[in-house]
Design a protein around this ligand. Structure first.
Ligand code: HSE
Length: 404
């Protein structure tokens, strides 16, 4: 039977899904017994002359009430109409796939529950890592492992910006403009810059890996707004790259330490070589050790390719529901990153005598063009409260955790 799909949203991702289903239709049909076809594209605007013009509808209830539509691909984004439509599609017995990390991070548990009740699939491979196969490999190929840690570069826009600052000496704003032009950034790039997008993604990864919903407001999140070219230069001088990392670490007592923050990543860690829009996610399991996933983390066709892969997965067998399973989470599940000891990069204005009195023997870092009185150094391993206590009374410009 022909599997009819409705695409919700005709922006970057929705447009990519339509394009891939159309272009690769013959190829996809060879892989599944049930060929896949777009029946509707839901969008508020008219697209005169568009190749899919005849499929465009503006009223979701047409899709909701059309029994021919078996799969709904939600590519609207956000959590207002996207949530409403995802709920209604599942309640109408349709399988739902989405690229919407905000939706899954906030409402994943609820939507998975509805899907389970209705015997439908709810899949969201594209929500983390764009085109990188990460969620399905993590939950199926690594299923034998107890997973203990996830660390990743989860946002293409900020990684693009940091790379252009490091390699091109571009200003933050020019680099952001380029990322927007390439279709990497969110509609409002604040979510990228401030780390919220990476936060949503680490929530989804943590829920899958550790079996409980992790809510974005439980995860302390710091973006890259405060990272300067001076920090980039100092980091470079001692063999580090500054990267925005999402981290989730299982603690002994069943708790979880999860956070998003810029880090200094040593050249010896493969994450330091992940550049431009690429994402990489390293997962540690007790049987496999470390495994790493790498690829294009944003952009029209990479993201759409993951959405379409979910559609194909469903089309292969419409009767079997595929859903991740995780619990509702709880208020006291996530503990503060304050417990996590690491080295720190410090930049401030203070005399070396004062610094040595507080931190002991440290070697100062150097960069060209540093203003008089500027001091930068790496500390011994300690927690954030400890480093802050020692910095008391010094003029602090940057404090960035070092990834061990
Ligand atoms: N704005 C996101 C990013 C898109 O830059 O990674 C992919 O989720």
């Amino acid at each position: 039977t022909m599997v009819k799909v409705a695409i919700l949203g005709y922006g970057t991702v929705g447009g990519g899904v339509a394009e891939i289903l159309h272009k690769n239709g013959a190829h996809i049909s060879q892989r599944v017994d049930n060929p896949v076809e777009v029946k509707y594209i839901l969008t508020r605007r008219d697209y005169p002359g568009d190749p899919f013009e005849d499929k465009i509808v503006q009223d979701f209830s047409i899709i909701e009430h059309d029994p021919e539509v078996r799969v709904v691909a939600e590519c609207i984004g956000g959590t207002t109409v996207a949530l409403d439509y995802a709920r209604r599609a599942l309640n109408a017995g349709k399988h739902v796939v989405t690229s919407n990390k905000e939706l899954v991070a906030a409402y994943g548990y609820e939507l998975l529950q509805i899907a389970k009740e209705k015997g439908c699939s709810f899949l969201f491979e594209a929500s983390v890592g764009g085109g990188i196969p990460i969620l399905r490999p993590m939950s199926s190929c690594l299923a034998a492992n107890e997973l203990s840690e996830i660390v990743g570069i989860l946002n293409g826009t900020t990684n693009y910006i940091l790379t252009r600052m490091i390699r091109g000496g571009l200003s933050f704003d020019d680099a952001l403009k380029e990322a927007q032009e390439k279709g990497y950034a969110e509609a409002d790039p604040t979510a990228d810059i401030e780390g919220h997008d990476a936060c949503r993604k680490i929530c989804i990864l943590a829920a899958l890996a550790f079996g409980q919903h992790v809510y974005p407001d439980q995860v302390p999140t710091q973006g890259i707004r405060g990272v300067t070219l001076a920090d980039v230069a100092y980091a470079d001088s001692c063999g580090y790259k500054i990267k925005l990392l999402g981290r989730a670490i299982r603690e002994g007592d069943g708790k979880l330490c999860a956070f998003v923050a810029p880090h200094l990543v040593p050249a010896s860690n493969p994450l330091s070589g992940v550049e431009d829009v690429f994402n990489a996610i390293s997962v540690t399991g007790n049987a496999i050790g470390d495994v790493m996933f790498y690829g294009r983390g944003a952009g029209k066709l990479p993201t759409a390719s993951a959405v379409v892969a979910d559609v194909i997965d469903i089309a292969k067998d419409l009767k079997t529901a595929r859903c991740a399973v995780w619990g509702p989470g709880s208020r006291d599940l996530v503990v503060s990153s304050d417990i996590l000891s690491s080295r720190w990069y410090v930049r401030g204005t203070a005399s070396m005598d004062k610094v040595r009195a507080a931190f002991g023997e440290i070697s100062p870092l150097a960069r060209g063009g540093a203003p008089a009185g500027e001091t930068a150094f790496l500390t011994a391993p300690m927690t954030e409260p400890q480093v802050r206590a020692r910095l008391e009374g010094m003029e602090l410009h940057s404090l960035i955790r070092v990834l061990e």
